[in-house]
Design a protein around this ligand. Sequence first.
Ligand code: GDP
Ligand code: MG
Length: 315
Amino acid sequence: MAIIDRFYAGDIRALSKMVSFIENRRQGYRDILARMYGSVGRSLRIGITGPPGAGKSTLVNGLIHEFLKDQQKVGVVAVDPTSPFTGGALLGDRVRLNDFPVDGRVYFRSMATRGASGGLAAATQNVTVVYDAFGFDITLIETVGVGQVELDIVDACDAVVVVMVPESGDAVQTMKAGLMEIANVFCVNKADRQGAERIISELRQSMEQRKSEDDTWRIPVIPTEAITRKNIDKLAGNIGSFIDTARTSGRFDQHRLGQIKKQIMNILQNRFQREFVDRLAGQVEFDRIINEIAHGHSDPYSVGDKLYQKFSTSK
Ligand SMILES: Nc1nc2c(ncn2[C@@H]2O[C@H](COP(=O)(O)OP(=O)(O)O)[C@@H](O)[C@H]2O)c(=O)[nH]1
Ligand SMILES: [Mg+2]
């Protein structure tokens, strides 16, 4: 049987191969994705982001148990932008596998980033499409929150949980880092540690003060202890409530449509850019131009204007 047929028959090894195939953009990957797009849209995509060591993986473990109780099938993708060396499965993720049934109801995958942050969003989106087509009810996306990457990841999620720990220090600092805007649910993990009360009340206070763009949803702050699974049910419940609320208000669909538009724009932008740069490289006498500028006969802005005029109109 062809791998694609085994995939649609629910063979987990075929799923593994398929994810690699798509991730590595093997020849023909687009046709396969195109077929998958015909049957997706059902799976919920939940992002879990926060600083390294906050307990995201442990939380993901706990959440999987919650979802399994509800007879939900769960696919996990862990994105690690901090480590260019892992290049695949992180050790922790391999170990975790032993906790779960091997009957295809849970599946893990790690992805190391390949430099460009935009590429990461695209790769993650593709994996979620594969998971969805395979029949997972829920996709959990674990990412380290370190700047641009987690902002990109919003484009691949329906709901985002931002994880903090008492050691995160000043909650207000974290807000400034842009995590505030992307959180639909806050989780203060390691609530057993000192300082938990403080960060929880700080966060709750900021949430009260914040004028929400969407007054149908108040961002909750949930204390958890991932290692003992304390309050994980509550966290799962709040994620569920957010999604229900967003569906009712129409925000859920709006968000998804916006993501599709953004994805198309990214594809176009990349293509135009590549094509433009290729044409430039082949036709512009850079050495001469650079020399002219260096000797005061021209300037970079004028050259930019001229090249733009020339190449935006010519074929
Ligand atoms: N004290 C305490 N430690 C925790 C808790 N949750 C996770 N940890 C520990 O924190 C460390 C980092 O957890 P991990 O899930 O790998 O964090 P990640 O880097 O965010 O994925 C591990 O040693 C966990 O056992 C918690 O609720 N309380
Ligand atoms: Mg982790």
